[in-house]
Design a protein. Structure first.
Length: 577
């Protein structure tokens, strides 16, 4: 068994289909100055063919992923039109008199190496897009054959050093059981596509295999645990067959709970909302019985493009979400970039510790032009549904006041333009910085609601960068310091009659249910796939037991002890029995 990183959940079992590494090897061919015009024509022909191919792939794949996810291919088209990339290729040809394919290869290598050196996982993963586009262009320049295609007559598990989006196009979702790659990242385009397709995916096996996986090897991959078994024993195969059957039955049975009222055995009602990053996730959220959208991460509207989205484009998306929810609420978080989230076209300063640096509300209060554009779009959409505004990473009264000032300016502009909007739209703040917890009693009277973002709150309370593998083991959402932060936040909010919700990963952890019950938190927002599992556990819980569990938890001196207490009271999934 090999431990990797689970990037898309599920269990897959089947034979491996290994995609060979696509490497180009050709001599450093020089040309005569008189041939330069001909080489440029070859380059432009190659670009035209590559563009046509990408457009065709987008059309072919849109029925599988939808318009939003296939914008990946728009990004690939943009690379072929990027003046910096093309200037580099043309410069090599003009200055060094190198053939078109040699210049393209050198330009690819330069930009890929440059991206790989950046201490930013998102940018490293974007290097794959440059490889993909560059390799496609080289294929046309060299007249090379298409890469090896997967079989069409039997199911398989794809194995590769790394995958690029265009290779995903050739996968038949009825035959591709799962994906395994040596490299890659959970935020890569391939990982996003795998999750959209519902294909289990494990990555990060580089240097962990004793021998390379061969075509025909029997594999078991566990996308939840991040495990890969190569030619396992019959005993393990049988174990995973049982697990897969149970997993499927559990998923089918959980689906029957979608329309069941969300409440404890003794009648305490909850709202289980969804965290989403795109309109595409709404359908599944509603099928799973989501009470609304508790966190709409708008930064994904800004990614995988070459310029900021304009007001009209944002308005259309927010309006669509509001209308599709049919009166259910949607909490739209304003732009939250920086830290581990960057934009290719928006230059952020290099920082030793970006998580503690220039990000989220700090950026938008500096760039009130883009902030106001987003707020105008949100306000306009509020006329069509139940929308709330959420400011991220607020740590002071001054920040909240400045944000509200920009909001008021946006409202006044819309009034002057006679554009309708919800004048009394609810405005809340993320509680994710310890400073916000410590002054929660001062912040509460100035907002309509709190939303606790446990992911960042935990990392800031414990001084643990959650993206740093060296200290990942110290990231503990059940640490007593975190629980005391939760308690202080809720008490401050209650004193001002301000509602509190939780939208971090902790909201989808069934072990935490007694904590929410005892604290009086009744509004949780989580990943779409967690909603029914949390509901199932909640239906078996009892409010009457929570006070005693909370008292026992508060007496614990470590996160490990807290988890032991919570596990002791954990309600198992009766649906599997």
């Amino acid at each position: 068994m090999v431990e990797g990183i689970g990037a898309s959940s599920g269990i897959a079992m089947g034979k491996a289909f290994v995609i060979p590494t696509w490497e180009w090897d050709f001599p450093d061919k020089l040309i005569d100055v008189t041939d330069l015009a001909f080489e440029f024509e070859r380059l432009y022909d190659g670009i035209r063919c590559s563009k046509d191919e990408i457009v065709h792939m987008k059309q072919e794949f849109v029925s599988v992923l939808g318009e939003e996810q296939t914008s990946i291919f728009d990004a690939h088209l943009a690379i072929l039109e990027d003046p910096i990339f093309m200037s580099e290729v043309q410069g090599i040809m003009q200055r060094q008199y190198k053939a078109a394919e040699v210049a393209v290869k050198e330009a690819i290598e330069k930009f890929v190496n440059m991206f790989d050196l950046l201490d930013d996982q998102y940018m490293k993963e974007r290097a794959l897009d440059i490889k993909d586009v560059g390799n496609r262009l080289l294929k046309h320049l060299l007249g090379a054959l298409e890469e090896t295609l997967p079989p069409k007559d039997h199911p398989y598990i794809v194995v590769a050093k790394e995958l690029i989006p265009s290779q995903m196009v050739h996968l038949d979702i009825n035959q591709a059981l799962g994906l395994v790659t040596m490299l890659g990242g959970k935020t890569s385009h391939v990982a996003i596509m795998a999750r959209a397709m519902g294909v289990p995916y494990v990555l990060g096996l580089e240097g962990k295999l004793n021998t390379a996986i061969q075509n025909g090897d029997f594999l078991i991959i566990d996308g939840d645990e991040g495990r890969v078994f190569v030619n396992p024993s019959e005993e393990i195969i049988e174990q995973y067959k049982i697990r897969k059957t149970i997993w499927q039955k559990m998923r089918d049975k959980l689906q029957t709970l979608a329309g069941v009222p969300t409440q404890t055995k003794d009648g305490v009602a909850f709202q289980l909302a969804a965290n989403i990053s795109s309109v595409k996730e709404l359908d599944q959220a509603l099928r799973n019985g989501a009470s609304g959208v508790g966190l709409f991460r708008t930064e994904f509207l800004y990614m995988d493009r070459h310029s900021l989205p304009q007001e009209e484009e944002q308005f259309v998306v927010y309006k669509q979400v509001a209308e599709e929810l049919g009166g259910k609420h949607v909490v739209i978080r304003t732009l939250d970039i920086g830290g581990d989230k960057s934009l290719d076209y928006f230059a952020l300063p290099e920082e030793d510790n970006p998580s503690l640096g220039y990000r989220a509300i700090r950026i938008t209060l500096d760039r009130t032009d883009l902030f106001k554009t987003q707020l105008r779009a949100i306000l306009r959409a509020s006329h069509y549904g139940h929308i709330k505004i959420l400011y991220p990473m607020i740590s002071s009264i001054e920040e909240l006041d400045k944000a509200n000032q920009v909001l008021e300016e946006a409202k006044q502009e819309l009034r002057n333009e006679r554009i309708p909007f919800q004048a009394d739209i609810e405005v809340g703040i993320m509680i994710e910085v310890p400073a916000a917890v410590l002054i929660a009693d001062i912040l509460a009277p100035k907002v309509d609601f709190f939303s606790i973002g446990t992911n960042d709150l935990v990392q800031y309370v414990l001084a643990v960068d959650r993206m740093n593998e060296q200290v990942a083991h110290l990231y503990d959402p059940f640490h007593p310091a975190v629980l005391r932060m939760l308690k202080q936040t809720v008490e401050a909010a209650k004193a001002c009659n301000v509602p509190v919700s939780v939208c971090g990963e902790m909201a989808g952890d069934i072990r935490a249910l007694p904590i929410w019950l005892a604290l009086g938190i009744r509004d949780l927002s989580m990943s779409v796939m967690s909603i029914l599992r949390v509901k199932n556990s909640l239906l078996q819980s009892q409010y009457s037991e929570s006070a005693a569990i909370w008292k026992e938890v508060l007496g614990c001196g470590s996160g490990k002890q807290v988890v032991e207490v919570l596990n002791k009271h954990l309600h198992q999934d009766v649906l599997t029995k």
